[in-house]
Structure formats: C-alpha cells, structure tokens
Write a protein that binds this ligand. Structure first.
Ligand SMILES: NC(=O)c1ccc[n+]([C@@H]2O[C@H](COP(=O)([O-])OP(=O)(O)OC[C@H]3O[C@@H](n4cnc5c(N)ncnc54)[C@H](OP(=O)(O)O)[C@@H]3O)[C@@H](O)[C@H]2O)c1
Length: 268
C-alpha cells in the first residue's frame, strides 16, 4: 500500500531504531523528504546517508533529547532556522518502564511522561497550525494497545498511551475538514529494542514487525477512522479490553505483564 507523501517532508521522532526507523525507511522509499529526530546523532546520520543514497531524498538530522523541558520548542526553532516545513509529523519516540510505582525512580517516570506525552503534545501544538494554514498535513501519533486498559506494573506507561489515544481522537475531530489527517496507531508487542528498557515481562503475545506496524498505519490513513490497532489479534484484544468491566480488564492486564518471580527487571 502506497501513500502519496512524495515530495512532502516527514518528521519522524525516534527514527534511530525500531518502528520509527521503519517509518523513515518506508517514507523515503515512497519519495518523501525526511527530518530524523532522536538522541543518537551517529545512528541518525548513518541512516540519513543510507536513505539519501538509496532513495535520492533530502534527509535532515536533529539530535534531541525529547524528555527535556522545552525540547519540542527548541526542535521547532531548529526547523525554522533551517527553513524546513513539516507536512507529516510522526510522533513515534517513546519508552516504557516495567515496575511498580513504589519502587520506581522519579527520573524514569518523568522521562516516560516527557517523551510520550509532553514532547508529543508540544510538537503537535507547534506544527499543526502551519498544516492547517496550508490545508495539508498529517499527524501520526504512536500510542499502543496499552492505551485500552490500565496496566499494573506499567502504570505510567499505559497512562501515557491512554493519553495519546484520547488526545489524538479529540484532535481528529477538531481537524476534520481542515485538510489535516490525524491518526493514532496502536501497536501491540512489536519486535524492537523497546523491551531492552521495558523488560521481557512487558511483552504480551507474539511480536509483529515494525514494517507491519507501518503498513497498518499507511492503510489506515485511507480510512476515516481516528485510530488503528496493528494486527488482527491485537485489535481483538483491544476491543475486548474496552468492553469488559474495568476490574476484569485490570486483572487480566496485571496477569499478562506480571513479573516472573526472581527475574531482574531493568528499571533505568
Ligand atoms: N515495541 C513495542 O512492542 C511497542 C508496542 C506498543 C507501542 N510501542 C510504541 O512505539 C514507539 C516506538 O517504539 P519502538 O518499539 O520502536 O522502541 P525502540 O526500538 O526502543 O525505539 C524507541 C525510539 O525512541 C527514541 N527515544 C527514546 N527516548 C528518547 C528521548 N528521550 N528523546 C528522543 N528520542 C527518544 C529512541 O532513539 P534514541 O535512543 O536514539 O534517542 C528510538 O529511536 C514508542 O512510542 C512505543 O511506546 C512499541
């Protein structure tokens, strides 16, 4: 499935790895110019060189830590200084940490909220007006199936993803008829480095590939819906979680990510 992003500029956060890297690669293959954002400048520069050589597209790199206060505003200032207008915003950067809140460090909680919620919201707030004024644009926010129910042992992560889904659905309504397409994509477990930080206990069910997530997203852009769940089994589980009583949904979620006894879970 192709989407006509040819000649448009796509900004992908979290482009150095995983789902973001797959978005960047696919958009470049479809003829889009890119702005790649994440903390790892060398990984981004290497990817940028590869995409320019293979697809003859323009690729800019901005190394930024999106967990820091003011990161989104500083990123948009950099875009303005370089004269880069963004047509498609892919708010993909994100992290999840497994562990009970009572044992969590404040910094890991703040990082999850900073990247998953604050940077995503601020980047959208800063870039949306230009899209609306040009009557052309796309905002893709990466949520996750954690958005559909609270998840004990990953309380902050699931709450950030519920925020992303709620925020995106509301924005979808606000922008209808404006020429701007807004979509939340909800992957389930996907085969990326996400679990290096989240820990293996956070992985529920069989993992899909980042390329499958991108395919589902591009297909869903043609639908009129505000959100899409990647994969049939994930979609079914999300639907069930949304419809059963809250207590049951929470109990099932707790069981599915309960830490193995004596297993060490990285809380960084
Ligand atoms: N994998 C899954 O099972 C799964 C399931 C549901 C939803 N998701 C969501 O999918 C999105 C992508 O995750 P992924 O699976 O591709 O994970 P990943 O392989 O760990 O990639 C995460 C990306 O986010 C970037 N990032 C992390 N912290 C950052 C920060 N402080 N500032 C800037 N960039 C930062 C990382 O780049 P640097 O390290 O270079 O900064 C990396 O490019 C996330 O929003 C995640 O919540 C993933």
């Amino acid at each position: 499935m192709r989407f006509p992003f040819d000649g448009q500029r796509v900004l992908v956060t979290g482009a150095s790895l995983g789902i973001g890297r797959a978005f960047a690669t696919r958009m470049a293959a479809d003829g889009s110019d890119l702005v790649l954002v994440s903390r790892r400048r060398i990984a981004l520069t290497t990817l940028a060189d590869e995409l320019r050589a293979r697809y003859c597209v323009e690729v800019d790199v901005v190394a930024a830590d999106l967990s820091l206060p003011g990161a989104a505003a500083s990123l948009v200032s950099t875009l303005d200084r370089r004269g880069l207008k963004v047509d498609v915003l892919v708010n993909n950067a994100g992290l999840g940490v497994h562990g009970d809140l009572a044992q969590s460090r404040l910094v890991t909680v703040s990082q999850q909220i900073g990247v998953n919620v604050t940077a995503l919201t601020e980047l959208t707030t800063l870039l949306l007006p230009g899209m609306v004024a040009r009557r052309r644009g796309t905002v893709i926010n990466v949520a996750g199936t954690a958005a559909f129910q609270p998840v004990p042992h990953m309380a902050v992560y699931a709450a950030t993803k519920a925020y992303v889904l709620s925020f995106t659905r509301a924005l979808w309504s606000e922008t209808r008829g404006s020429g701007v397409r807004v979509l939340a994509v909800c992957p389930g477990a996907t085969d990326t480095a996400f679990f290096d930080i989240a820990g293996e206990a956070a992985s529920v069910g069989s993992r899909r590939t980042p390329e499958q997530v991108v395919d589902s997203t591009l297909r869903a852009l043609h639908s009129g819906y505000p959100d899409v769940v990647d994969g049939t089994a994930n979609a079914l589980l999300a639907r069930v979680a949304s419809r059963i009583p809250n207590r049951l949904a929470i109990t099932l979620a707790e069981r599915s990510v309960r830490p193995e006894p004596f297993s060490a879970v990285l809380i960084s």
